[in-house]
Design a protein around this ligand. Sequence first.
Ligand code: ADP
Ligand code: MG
Length: 203
Amino acid sequence: MNNYDLKQEQTLVIVKPDGVQRGLIGEVIKRYEQCGLKLVALKMLIPTADQALAHYSTDPTWAITTGSKAIAFAKERGEKLFTDDPIEYAENIRNNCKKFLSSGPVVPMVWQGMNAAKVVRKITGVTDCTMSVPGTIRGDYALDSYTTSDADNRSIRNIIHASGTADEAKLEIPVWFKPNEILKFRYVPELIMYDINLDGILE
Ligand code: ADP
Ligand code: MG
């Protein structure tokens, strides 16, 4: 892979219903935009329960990863678990996510650029907002945690969905966008960010 391929990397972000209701659409866009990423697709819609479920079912490894992560944190807190099986635990999370994501308008978008998936995750923060550092979206604008959401058996209200990796994004983007809704155009700042010879700057 060369740098040209890397600057084509795409990742999916969704402003979840809590982000929309709390008036954070503009703030979220600003944060990804100002780091140099290129916005290539954007829409607003109310997902059906089926579409929300499809979104959380694209990656066959999601249940095991998310279930194991959640179980490990719950054990660390000394909580009683209804199951030790990560897949069963994740099924409950998935159902709660389906309910949450389809509860109101959301804003899916596709961001493109060098290391897009990794950079977006850095700006977004980690799943549990109390562990997200200040400066991240979840760290600055949300306060929900595994503990509080699990106690109420609901999804963590953490403003954003962001693909975990570029490969995850490849599976998730088609749930929200048709290929012709992802725009191809020249983004002028790429010249100063990526151009090797920098020969298009001076007059
Ligand atoms: P992330 O959104 O940080 O990639 P995951 O992919 O692991 O996190 O989980 C997807 C979403 O499911 C999270 O953003 C969160 O809203 C919800 N979620 C994950 N784990 C839990 C949990 N243990 N309790 C409640 N909600 C959870
Ligand atoms: Mg995830």
